[in-house]
Write a protein that binds this ligand. Structure first.
Ligand code: SAM
Length: 438
């Protein structure tokens, strides 16, 4: 290796982002420093996502570029991490054959191979070793004082076999992390200037259920929200079957615990939900959202919908549109179904909705969402909201979010990132707001 510089390239969900920052933190605590250009780095860290084919394709095109860099500079170290690597050693072998220029393979949330690599080169790397071991501190030095919001994984993997989802095959079965470890990391994050912590899990509501004697999510959230210096706490992603009355009560009552829920529904037709093996019917979802809103009327609700799942007819899709009109979420992440290797749906259910029809459904869902959010956000005009400032735009505008997770651009503010400010809404669009500082 010619230099102790690294460049990080990452795609995918918040869990992936958190894994990438842990790897970056480990490198920086071992003397590496980040460089913005891959061509200038001695080590390239590529963090991957394979939840849809589109993401996987992006990795392959990045790897083509990386292969060229490695050809020019054979001393370059290439580390591939995340869901493309997965947890099955037989899969690594296939990847090794396909991408011989990759030096290191790191399974999701597992930095042991990186530590071994550093030790083998005589580079001291602090922290314990072992799978699922996240290094102290969980934020790279280069981000100290700059990262206002940090993601903190609390449940790794997933054991819920949704028929379309590759995550259990890539990230392994569900494992909650010990609460003492999580709290210690949360304290470190706060000491590094983090003002908002987002607890992560594929089904975060299940935190602690696999660890006898461990506290559960509501208590974990209470303890984290009580940390001095921390302004806000959130958690995601929820599963409709695992949100408890205790969790809703905690969100309704704990100061700093934000009134925001990410609860993927995935489809509005019961036949499609059954084929996805989601474990609930559309009416259960509606009832759950009604319960959340009865307890917390101002709660922000966001959801995920997959369009074009095998066997989804135009009428089933209309059910999804209708359910979304009734539930009226504050955001929908819309994905076109993508068959993933090993999953039940890829093996047993023909991908029978043509691409053009998937795209039509995606566009229709998005148009409905845009129209609805335009109407829904209009009454916010003139209202005062609390914003946690995250960044300062080149124009001087502050950018941050409301407690219910609406993005806001703030004019007339001299606040620093990390400040909680109040501002009056002067423009309300479907996907963001503009406000004037008070
Ligand atoms: N754990 C969460 C859950 O249970 O839904 C989120 C996991 S996944 C990273 C995020 C979203 O990707 C899912 O909610 C789903 O909408 C979408 N997704 C997962 N697998 C998919 C597939 N095979 N095709 C299209 N979208 C998919």
């Amino acid at each position: 290796m010619t230099s102790t510089t690294y460049n990080l390239w990452t795609i995918g969900c918040q869990m992936n982002e958190a894994d990438a920052l842990c790897a970056a933190a480990l490198l920086e605590s071992s003397g590496f420093r980040p460089v913005p250009r891959a061509g200038d780095a001695g080590l390239l860290l590529l963090n991957t996502c394979v939840v849809r084919q589109q993401a996987e394709d992006k990795i392959y095109s990045r790897l083509t570029y990386v292969a060229e860099l490695k050809q020019k500079n054979p001393a370059l170290v290439v580390a591939l991490m995340g869901c493309l690597v997965g947890k099955n050693p037989r899969e690594f072998e296939k990847l090794r054959e396909r991408f011989p220029f990759v030096d290191l393979f790191l399974p999701p949330s597992d930095l042991a191979p990186l530590r071994e690599f550093l030790r083998a080169r005589g580079i001291a790397s602090p922290g314990p070793t072992g799978a699922d071991d996240l290094p102290p501190p969980p934020l790279p030095d280069s981000m100290t004082g700059r990262a206002i919001v940090a993601h903190l994984p609390v449940v790794l993997g997933c054991s819920h076999a949704c028929t379309y989802c590759v995550i259990p095959y890539r990230r392994g079965g569900e494992r909650s992390r010990p609460s003492a470890e999580i709290l210690a990391e949360a304290e470190k994050l706060v000491a590094r200037g983090v003002r908002e912590i987002i607890l992560l899990g594929q089904i975060v509501d299940r935190y602690g259920l696999d660890r006898p004697g461990e506290i559960h999510l509501p208590e974990l959230l209470r303890r984290i929200a009580a940390l001095p210096g921390l302004a806000r706490v959130r958690f995601l992603t929820s599963h409709p079957r695992w949100i408890t009355a205790d969790l809703i009560a905690a969100v309704a009552s704990v100061p700093g615990l934000c009134p925001y829920f990410e609860i993927p529904v995935q489809a509005g037709a019961d036949a499609v939900l059954a084929a996805m093996r989601r474990g609930y019917a559309a009416a259960d979802y509606e009832a759950l959202i009604a319960k959340v809103r009865a307890a917390i009327p101002h709660a922000g609700i966001s959801t995920d919908v997959i369009v074009g799942f095998p066997g989804e007819t135009a009428a089933h899709f209309d059910d999804s549109l209708a359910l979304m009109r009734r539930v009226d979420p504050d955001m929908i992440r819309i994905a076109k179904y993508s068959p993933r290797p090993l999953t039940y749906s890829a093996r047993h259910l023909p991908d029978d909705v043509p691409e053009a029809e998937k795209e039509r459904r995606r566009v229709a869902m998005e148009a409905q969402l845009r129209a609805r959010l335009t109407d829904k956000n209009a009454p916010l005009l003139g209202q005062t909201v609390e914003i946690l400032v995250e960044t300062i735009e080149k124009t001087g505008r502050r950018h941050g979010r409301t407690p219910d997770y609406k993005p806001v651009f703030v004019d007339g503010s001299a606040a620093a990132p990390g400040d909680l400010i109040r501002a009056r809404i002067t423009w309300a669009g479907p996907f963001s707001l503009i406000a004037e500082a008070l």
